[in-house]
Write a protein that binds this ligand. Structure first.
Ligand SMILES: [Zn+2]
Length: 111
């Protein structure tokens, strides 16, 4: 039987949901950081810490979202390989258990 290729229609919404939420929180933190910049009060330190933490978490999650993938059928964790992302092709992850290639819908230019 030939390898099945299935689209993962939810994949492209994952970074938008997760990273979008963090971006909103980061913007709020940055707003307080900026408006309390010259005062060096507690709000400044708390918002600066929040900004640094949220940015670090966001960058880490962004990396994980695009390098690891859990099979929608059997929940096996897969990692991105060289063949996950051939030039001009969508980012795909192959699950050997299900013999399915999950097409994330993300192309080289969009991720
Ligand atoms: Zn699987």
């Amino acid at each position: 039987m030939p390898r099945e290729i299935l689209p993962d229609l939810d994949f492209k919404w994952r970074p938008i949901r997760i990273l979008g939420t963090l971006l909103v929180l980061d913007t709020v933190a940055f707003y307080f950081l900026w408006t309390h910049f010259s005062e060096f009060d507690r709000v400044f330190y708390v918002s600066t810490a929040a900004f640094v933490v949220i940015t670090s978490v966001g960058l880490t999650l962004q990396h994980l979202i695009f390098t690891r993938y859990r099979c929608s059928r059997c929940r096996t964790l897969m990692y991105r390989t060289a063949e996950s992302r051939a030039p001009g092709q969508n980012l795909v992850f192959y699950c050997p258990n299900c013999d399915v290639e999950w097409d994330t819908g993300f192309s080289q230019s969009s991720a």
